[in-house]
Design a protein around this ligand. Structure first.
Ligand code: BES
Ligand code: MN
Ligand code: ZN
Length: 493
């Protein structure tokens, strides 16, 4: 979908040839003398329309207006929730067969945040998955021109980062949605390599031999039950001088989670193809970085494998040795995410990172705690937690901080190894985070548990592309942090 930002008045918009013209009116709406204003004014006076978020009026073949169809859409206070409500109320029209081009005009110049909310909501409402359909029906809406009275610098800036954000979100949705037989660890590796063809990017994909050499015994134990060979993907984006410490993103890449020998029940097991949502979000962020090319260094690490039951599979009670040297008693083979992530967290040390953030569909307990609205967020430093929370708000991709008290780690004691891979049911999202915490001692670290937010079940089953928005917003906010300020002074940023 092609997005463009245009300086446009209501009078000028009336003369544009497009399939559908949408006029967004907030509570601040003031009518002018152009044909659209006159219509809106009359409709409001007749009480057929209010400016409330999601209220709408469809008009056809309006004289003085070139577009065959006009939708007047209430924006209310133009807050993120209002914008989302407004755009989703027009979703059916935007998805209709005869709308390939649309002009969406803000009657009042929006804030950068309002514009971003509208763009994200529109992309989400019109997204279509088609890769594994025999007769692919793709998104019909091909071009959207966003009209504002004054395309100022702040709007232009927000517009271009949001265009890249949408691309990243849709890349993550695509890979998350692909069935496990169309998104194997090998295929994820190839996707990463293809992404890295852009300048400033590189990618290395390690296989079973290299991973064994690194001593990733914990990661390898999860892959043992699968006929699909594991992959360890290392993506690098260099947009700042080499001396600038990178941010490392680690994405859980379980391409299918049966639970292993601790097998899951059959209902909804298909949804465990989404268990690589963390990996998909890392790929999505790199997609956005390839388009935006910000002055940052970012490393993406993706341990990818299947978790399968088999004669060769790891068994409950087995003890494995992680890359860190710590031994782990695998009491439940279904707690596999932490087993692949811990080795990636150890691998991350070699980059002397500024920050490491792992992203994982880690625990059902996090879904019980926070539902589908907010991702669980853990952080070793308050400033990091605040930055992530703020980025989530800015990108409308919310998270909520959960604690990392050391006493929670008591649940992971083992009689036969340094640590067990599960505690009890109580505080399950936190004990999982505490397991990872043991392997993330050498740098500031955050963990995002996206088990509730990475995909939707039911009729709207599909990947959400979260938390690409949050992560990209966070990374971009780091561009102007003290570490990179010297660059902008020198005029390089
Ligand atoms: N991938 C699952 C977590 C999950 C479950 C995400 C349901 C979304 C919906 C993870 O590998 C897992 O199975 N976790 C177990 C951990 C338990 C055995 C301690 C869980 O949450 O049940
Ligand atoms: Mn599992
Ligand atoms: Zn899993």
């Amino acid at each position: 979908m092609n997005f463009e930002l245009k300086t446009l008045s209501l009078a000028a918009a009336a003369k544009l040839s497009t399939d559908t013209l949408i006029v967004l009116i907030s509570n601040q709406f003031k009518a002018g003398k152009d044909p659209l204003s006159v219509l809106i004014d009359k409709a409001i006076k007749a009480k057929d329309l209010t400016c409330k978020a999601g209220q709408s009026l469809n008009v056809y073949a309006l004289s003085g207006v070139s577009a065959p169809k006009v939708i007047i859409l209430g924006l209310g206070d133009a807050q993120a929730v209002d914008v989302k409500a407004a755009i989703s109320s027009a979703a059916t029209a935007l998805k209709s067969a005869n709308t390939t081009k649309a002009v969406i005009l803000f009657a009042e110049t929006p804030s950068a945040q309002t514009l971003k909310a509208a763009m994200l909501a529109l992309a989400d409402a019109t997204y279509v998955y088609s890769t594994t359909k025999s007769k692919p029906v793709t998104r019909r809406l091909a071009q959207v021109h966003w009209g504002v009275a004054d395309a100022n610098i702040a709007l232009k800036h927000s517009f271009s980062s949001t265009v890249a954000m949408v691309q990243g979100i849709e890349f993550a949705k695509e890979w998350a949605n692909r069935p496990a037989n169309h998104a194997t660890p090998t295929m994820l590796g190839k996707a990463a390599q293809a992404l890295a063809k852009t300048s400033g990017m590189s990618c290395e994909v390690l296989g079973p031999k290299e991973v064994a050499k690194l001593g990733m015994g914990s990661f390898m134990s999860v892959a043992k039950g699968s006929a699909e060979p594991l992959r360890f993907i290392v993506l690098k984006y260099q947009g700042a001088p080499k001396s600038v410490a990178p941010t490392v993103l680690v994405g859980k890449g379980i391409t299918f989670d049966t639970g292993g020998i601790s097998i899951k029940p059959a209902p909804e097991m298909d949804e465990m193809k989404f268990d690589m949502g963390g990996a998909a979000s890392v790929l999505g962020v790199f997609k956005s970085l390839s388009l935006l090319k910000p002055a940052l260094n970012v490393i993406g690490l993706i341990p990818a494998c299947e978790n399968m039951p088999d004669g060769l599979a790891v068994k409950p009670g087995d003890v494995v040795t992680s890359m860190s040297g710590q031994t782990i008693e695998i009491l439940n083979t279904d707690a596999e995410g932490r087993l692949i992530l811990c080795d990636a967290l150890t691998y991350a040390e070699r980059f002397k990172p500024k920050v490491v953030i792992d992203i994982a569909t880690l625990t059902g307990a996090c879904v019980i705690a926070l539902g589908a609205l907010r991702s669980g967020m853990f952080a070793t430093e308050d400033s990091l937690a605040e930055a992530l929370q703020h980025a989530g708000q800015e990108a409308m991709d919310l998270c909520w901080r959960l604690p990392l008290d050391d006493d929670y780690a008591d649940a992971l004691k083992s009689n036969f190894a340094d640590v067990a891979n599960v505690g009890g049911r109580a505080g399950g999202a936190i004990t999982a985070a505490k397991f990872l915490h043991r392997f993330a001692q050498k740098y500031p670290w955050a963990h995002l548990d996206i088990a509730g937010t990475a995909w939707k079940g039911g009729a709207a089953k599909g990947g959400t592309g979260r938390p690409v928005g949050l992560l990209l917003q966070y990374l971009l906010s780091q561009q102007s942090s003290p570490q990179t300020k010297s660059r902008s002074k020198a005029g390089a940023a």
